[in-house]
Write a protein that binds this ligand. Structure first.
Ligand SMILES: NC(=O)c1ccc[n+]([C@@H]2O[C@H](COP(=O)([O-])OP(=O)(O)OC[C@H]3O[C@@H](n4cnc5c(N)ncnc54)[C@H](OP(=O)(O)O)[C@@H]3O)[C@@H](O)[C@H]2O)c1
Length: 355
């Protein structure tokens, strides 16, 4: 049986993305073959394509951090899982495909009846948001939080979960995202026309308890200025590292997984050494998952429960068919997307259990 998958042929712009058709993979011992219903498209996918994400694989590779799919075939030695079961996983790469084989231990069961595109939004974006709020920042009701990129995939997840946690929320965004940010209960700050640190002090007086910063570089230092004494910046990205205006460069690059990391480390160290008790701490979903896989599973199950109870509602910006992966990354790279772009089977809206 043939299937379609996407490959990145070299590090660089969207022209590195190809659609290939080949034999369906067979599960090895301990593996399960999953028919992908929905695969998330994220900035880390684009950073890996550009060769500058710490998790960038060697080319050629299939992108795609997160997926929701249906168990299709079991390899030898698997137990406790049955064909037809809906599951979620975060393979980090490989999800942009019709079928993917994964170790059984990587799969988390998805309750029936959920929309696959909404469910996949939980895997990378909401776990990142949830763990930063509750495992890194240990937020408490009534605290103030500033969320950068608040209309984006992780940003909108932080707003929804921050509201559930009883936080007072501020969110930076471009003017295109302001409506979404205020609809999600935060005060929008236009990062393109305002100095967010000054604006935070004007609005709050002493500053916020926590800032969530995916931009990295010197931006981390500016975020620190928005803190009250004793507050912390959770740094979780390095979007400033991206090459090419609007992330659509067609210059071929090379793999540099440490890109921007030394400067990042310098800002973190500086924040701990300088007076003021305003610390910068890093967060990485993949590092925490490797260190404590049980937390990843536990947090995803908690989020699936919140989705089932309709306490969270992921924003799905667009549902596109797998073969439009290049277009999907181009759209995300151009900016102004509110929520998550998802590659879905047949490009249609799917219930996660649908055949
Ligand atoms: N550490 C981890 O474990 C982890 C996990 C997941 C994601 N991430 C990181 O999280 C970041 C966001 O990923 P995503 O998939 O959510 O991306 P996304 O959906 O593209 O969201 C990014 C948002 O940032 C906004 N933005 C761009 N420049 C900005 C600036 N200078 N100030 C404030 N907002 C700005 C964009 O708004 P406009 O387009 O309107 O300008 C966009 O809404 C990436 O850096 C990614 O690497 C880290």
């Amino acid at each position: 049986m043939k299937h379609t998958r996407i490959i990145v042929t070299h590090y660089g712009g969207p022209d590195a993305i190809r659609v290939v058709e080949e034999e369906c993979p067979e599960p090895k011992a301990g593996e399960v073959r999953v028919r992908v219903l929905a695969a998330g498209v994220s900035l880390p996918d684009i950073m890996a394509r550009e060769g500058i994400h710490p998790e960038t694989p060697a080319v050629p590779y299939t992108p795609g951090w997160d997926l929701v799919g249906v168990v299709d075939r079991l390899g030898d030695g698997t137990s406790g899982i049955v064909p037809g079961q809906v599951v979620a996983a975060m393979p980090i790469h490989g999800a942009y495909a019709e079928f993917v084989c994964l170790p059984e231990r990587e799969l988390v069961p998805v309750p029936p009846g959920l929309d696959a595109a909404e469910a996949v939004s939980l895997v990378l974006n909401y776990i990142t948001a949830y763990q930063m709020l509750h495992r890194s920042a240990h937020v408490r009701p009534g605290q103030r939080a500033l969320i950068h990129g608040a209309a984006g995939g992780v940003g909108s997840a932080l707003l929804q979960l921050g509201r559930l946690a009883g936080l007072e929320l501020y969110g930076t965004c471009s003017s295109r995202g302001a409506r979404t940010v205020s609809d999600l209960g935060a005060i929008p700050i236009d990062y393109q026309h305002e100095d967010f640190a000054k604006e935070i002090h004007r609005l709050t007086g002493e500053g916020v308890d926590v800032v969530f910063d995916p931009i990295g570089g010197s931006h981390l230092w500016h975020s620190r200025k928005a803190l009250r004494p004793g507050g912390r910046v959770v740094g979780y990205g390095n979007a400033t590292s991206l090459r090419g205006k609007g992330l659509v460069s067609s210059r071929p690059g090379s793999r540099n997984r440490l890109h921007g990391i030394p400067i990042y480390a310098l800002y973190i160290a500086g924040s701990w050494l300088l007076p003021g008790r305003k610390r910068i701490v890093p967060y990485s979903i993949q590092t925490l998952k490797r260190w404590n896989p049980a937390w990843f599973r536990q947090d995803l199950l908690a989020l699936l429960d919140l989705l089932q109870q309709k306490k969270i509602r992921p924003l799905v910006a667009q549902r596109l068919p797998l073969v439009e992966a290049r277009h999907a990354q181009e759209l995300l790279g151009k900016g102004g997307v509110t929520g998550k772009i998802v590659l879905v089977r047949d490009g249609s809206s799917l219930e996660s259990g649908a055949p």
